[in-house]
Design a binder for this molecule. Structure first.
Ligand SMILES: [Zn+2]
Length: 637
């Protein structure tokens, strides 16, 4: 700790030397990766943009200017000023104060009008209230989870401040060991899909990328990342980075807090909200099914307090010799490709866990340009030569035909989906088919966590594809708010739907490993009029994978009891909607990624797929390729 105290003192001295005394700086502290400067005359610093910019450049740190508490207007007065300055058309829905860091949280239907032209209104707000405005969008659909996350952060603001301070001191500690090598250890999700986790180490730092569960497995040895590997130690862990909110990438994360981890988690804001939702749901489902519960909701809360959200493209110091940047991965809302710049120019690595290298209805394709790149880790979920997906149009036509045939014969269409990602992509597709009269206007029921995930999606439109954003903001058409969608509230309503008229049902979980999709399947499978449509990857050993094999009957384990279910319904698989790259897109990505890396690692796929892709890419690009196994450690440089 002494070492970081020394660093902080140096930073303080430099800031004080380079700012005018009239700024009246009262405190300088680390706030996670940023340096917070408290001032009794913050306007001098804020108005002089170059001063702060140059300071940040000299110190190579991000700087945030905050007002000293003594000069802030009272909350009542500040609220009045906000109400006066912000035009009524902005439709402000809530104003909250966080005195610990001097922020006003303003939620508005049209946040752009709170910000004003080139931030003019915000600047006036700051100079008149001496509070720092933090503006967010009122979700058009109410999201329970975003409310919960905000409440956790708000109620524990003082604790959060302490946590960020501690994290900051650790990030900015003086480097003790020169960065002479970089190693990665495969802890999970290598030659398999599920429990993704990679440990990256330098002599100075230890970083974990993803910490997932394999929901299809039942024993501790196969379900969770191999944190028992000798290379891993929770005490030495500097940071955890989460690529996206799917449970196979973040489902085990709260466990780290249960076992004493006190460091930060870096991810995008959308992932942070989505993963909290999925972790809480995971606990609920596992509890109901009598499965192993590796952590509790207390650990999830602790995780929220330690999460540092980053925007795409924002370069952040996460340890003395590692800088992180997140880039769009095109897989699900907020999903990221992780780029790490190690040892001040020594080595650069990108981790492309689940990514989509194709334009989808929901998202733009994955980023493939990096400032520097020596090693690339990329997924291989669809890495076999036969894993070629039809075009978006073909997939939509195939789905349209299945829906029309099923509805015309008086049946129901069941689509098991992951709550986050495919569900929203399909909502757009189905809404489009209905609005163009290409399928009958039947109700589309959303069961499980889907409507909540959709609400989170509508709250973070900045992550959506350009085209969809234009549609929502400029044409005023938000497909997620269409009339056809109905949220299913509980078992009673579910039973009514099962007995009711033809309809489309989207339900979680996507692989029928639990949740309402299993219940619908059980009750709808005996009727040949109905159809089940798989639109996402079905994990080995999952109920979904077994049903896909077109068997006549199947054993469903429910609440510890085995039940035999006859399958009369039609079973379809439409693969074009996947959020993963198919074989062609994977090859294209490896070919187009720039600069071209020296080493390629194929991860996140069944063994044969990782190996097949490694071999093809080696022949194609003449680069070193490898498909590491779980528990392997590889020296990168
Ligand atoms: Zn995923």
């Amino acid at each position: 700790m002494l070492v970081s105290e020394e660093t902080l003192n140096e930073i303080k001295a430099e800031i004080l030397a380079k700012t005018p005394p009239s700024a009246d700086i009262t405190e300088i502290e680390f706030e996670g990766p940023e340096v917070a400067v408290y001032s009794r005359n913050p306007q001098i610093l804020v108005d002089n943009g170059d001063l702060v910019k140059n300071l940040a450049k000299d110190l190579r740190k991000r700087i945030v200017i905050r007002s000293d508490p003594s000069i802030r207007k009272s909350e009542k007065e500040a609220k009045r000023i906000v109400e006066e300055l912000v035009p009524a058309e902005a439709e402000v829905t809530s104003i909250q104060f966080d005195p610990n860091i001097g922020e006003i949280l303003i939620e508005a239907v049209k946040p752009g009008l709170v910000i004003g032209k080139n931030g003019a209104t915000l600047r006036t707000l700051t100079s008149e209230t001496f509070w720092r405005p933090n503006v967010s969008r009122t979700p058009p659909l109410e999201s329970r989870i975003i409310k919960t996350v905000r409440e956790i952060l708000f109620k524990n603001s003082e604790e959060r401040k302490k946590i960020l301070r501690k994290i900051g001191r650790r990030i900015h500690r003086r480097q003790l060991f020169p960065t002479e090598w970089v190693r990665i250890t495969a802890l999970g999700g290598y030659r398999e899909v599920g429990r993704s986790s990679t440990l990256l180490r330098t002599p100075e730092s230890s970083i974990l990328i993803d910490c997932g569960v394999n929901v299809g497995k039942n024993t501790q040895k196969d379900m969770f990342p191999r944190l028992d590997a000798l290379e891993f130690s929770i005490e030495n862990l500097d940071a955890v980075i989460i690529t996206h909110a799917h449970l196979d990438h973040c489902g085990f994360l709260p466990y780290l807090y249960k076992y004493g981890y006190e460091g930060p988690v870096y991810t995008t804001k959308a992932t942070s909200n989505m993963m909290t939702l999925l972790q809480i749901d995971y606990l609920d489902v596992a509890k109901k099914e009598g499965k192993l519960l590796p952590y509790s909701s207390k650990d999830v809360r602790n995780l929220v307090l330690h999460t540092i959200p980053l925007n795409y493209g924002e370069v952040t110091d996460i340890s003395p010799d590692v800088r992180l940047t997140l880039h769009n991965a095109g897989h699900i809302l907020g999903s990221a490709i992780v780029h790490l710049h190690i040892g001040n120019g020594l080595y650069n690595i990108a981790v492309a866990q689940d990514f989509k290298f194709r334009q989808t209805n929901l998202l733009d394709p994955a980023v493939s340009k990096f400032p520097r790149l020596e090693a690339l880790l990329m997924e291989s979920t669809y890495g076999n030569p036969q894993d070629v997906m039809p075009s978006n149009v073909d997939a939509e036509n195939q789905l349209r035909e299945i829906i029309n045939n099923t509805l015309n014969r008086g049946g129901k269409v069941l689509i098991p989906v992951l709550a986050v990602g495919r569900a929203q992509e399909l909502q757009i597709v189905i809404e489009n088919l209905i609005s163009k009269n290409l399928i009958p206007p039947v109700p589309v029921y959303l069961d499980g966590m889907i409507s909540e995930a959709t609400a989170v999606t509508t709250c973070h439109p900045e992550y959506l594809s350009r085209k969809l954003r234009d549609k929502i903001f400029h044409a005023g058409q938000n497909p997620f708010l269409a009339e056809c969608f109905h949220k299913v509230e509980g078992k009673e309503e579910r039973d009514k739907i099962i007995l009711g008229d033809p309809c489309i049902i989207m339900a979680t979980s996507g692989m029928l490993t639990g949740g309402p999709s299993v219940e619908y399947f059980e009750k709808l499978s005996g009727d040949a009029k109905n159809s089940i449509v798989f639109v996402s990857y079905q994990g080995e050993g999952s109920l979904g994978r077994k049903i896909q094999k077109n068997v006549n009957e199947i054993t469903v384990i429910k609440e510890g009891h085995a039940k035999i279910v006859r399958i009369e319904m039609e079973v379809h698989t439409v693969i074009g909607f996947s959020g993963h790259s198919d074989r062609k897109e994977l090859l294209a990505y490896a070919r187009k990624v720039s600069p071209r890396p020296e080493k390629l690692f194929l991860i996140h796929g069944e063994k044969s797929k990782c190996i097949s892709l490694a071999s093809t890419l080696h022949k194609m690009l003449k680069t070193e390729t490898k498909a590491p196994d779980v528990l392997e450690t590889i020296r990168l440089c």
